[in-house]
Ligand binder design. Structure first.
Ligand code: KG4
Ligand code: ZN
Length: 332
């Protein structure tokens, strides 16, 4: 019988639990989104998030166990996101994981949320090749790395200001399109043309990203032209974002010629990014690794995969570990 692990993710606005076995097969994955709760505010309200996690986490864990057909007695360990994220939100997941692990007398392993996203490529295909040129594009991060093996990353570059998902969310909020901005801007972009000539920031700057100036260019355009077309703004903004991402990926593929290109994080759910990345990967003869749509945005299955890697590399975490809101990836 295979060994199974319960994973819990509560770092931001999704309460998620999953059961993943040691072959990295997902037995269950349950995600309760708080999007409706935060939509009216145009972004995540930390106190509301913590309270909602507290109410939801126990039933979500119960559902994940039930759907996987396992009970606490069958589990090998509990994995939980320990950072980065909102401190109160992380605390709910960590306290829950510790209490369950103590009751079941099994180890608990704290997982870096970013490692979870990078491990989400296993959810598409457990036989992933290395090294990978790996782009992490989410609400909190925009980071290009090279992943030389599970848990081994080199940083190529990251954003000096906003993450790309944050830019999407801020532009959508400014246009009154609600939260999260990614899906709605992508849909609108498909109905318009890239005609507004928004800047492609830091194209020549190695692997460094910047999205705050692009967001300001959108705001300035909208303020200056009351008759602006929403679909043209969306199409021009999204095209500028994608041109930057693809240019940086092209540079990395030219420099390293890695056999795999991984794209992870919430923005990897974008059909526009997926299509353009596939064209690029085909051009370089590299394998494109993108998690299935539902596993690109926050979920616990990816925390389960990273949890297995960590458990097998270094065992459970010390009992005193707590939330690390600013946790970084460890580059080795
Ligand atoms: O990874 P994620 O769920 O949470 C963080 O770790 O931050 O990413 C959320 C981000 C949000 O900024 C959201 O607007 C963006 O992912 N996103 C998308 C799409 N779906 C979600 N961006 C572009 N296109 C999408 N379809
Ligand atoms: Zn995330």
């Amino acid at each position: 019988m295979s060994r199974t692990l319960l994973a819990i993710e509560t770092s931001c606005d999704e309460t998620a639990a999953a059961v993943v076995d040691d072959a990295l097969s997902v037995r269950s994955s349950v995600v309760a989104s708080q999007i409706d709760l935060h939509a009216a505010f145009g972004g995540v309200v930390p106190e509301l998030a913590s309270r909602a996690h507290l109410e939801t986490v126990t039933p979500i864990v119960a559902r994940a166990l039930e759907e996987a057909g396992v009970s606490g007695r069958d589990l090998t360990a509990v994995a939980v996101t320990s950072g980065p994220g909102l401190v109160g939100a992380l605390l709910v997941g960590i306290a829950t994981a510790k209490a369950l692990a103590l009751g079941w007398d099994i180890p608990v392993v704290g997982v870096n949320h970013l490692e979870g996203h990078l491990a989400s490529v296993y959810l598409a295909d457990p036989e992933v090749p290395f090294p990978q040129t790996a782009l992490l594009v989410s609400g909190g991060h925009c980071m290009l790395t090279r992943c030389t093996g599970p848990g081994h990353y080199e940083l190529l570059g990251e954003t000096v200001d906003d993450s790309i998902g944050e830019a999407y969310d801020k532009v959508a909020r400014f246009l009154g399109l609600g939260y999260p901005g990614g899906p709605v801007l992508d849909r609108l972009a498909a109905t318009g043309e890239d005609v507004l000539g928004f800047p492609r920031p830091m194209l020549a700057e190695g692997y460094t990203f910047s999205f705050s100036g692009l967001k300001t260019a959108v705001v300035n355009h909208v303020r200056a032209d009351p008759g602006f077309s929403e679909s043209e703004v969306a199409a021009s903004f999204v095209a500028a974002c994608m041109d930057v991402l693809i240019a940086k990926l092209r540079r990395a593929l030219e420099e390293f010629r890695d056999p795999a290109l991984a794209i992870v994080g919430g923005v990897a759910a974008s059909p526009i990014l997926r299509a353009r990345a596939q064209v690029l990967a085909d051009e370089f003869g590299t394998r494109l690794l993108i998690p299935p749509h539902a596993m690109a945005t926050d979920n616990a299955a990816m925390i389960g995969v990273a949890g297995w890697h960590k458990l097998e590399a270094s065992g459970g975490s010390a009992p005193a570990f707590g939330p690390e809101p600013d946790m970084r990836l460890r580059f080795v």
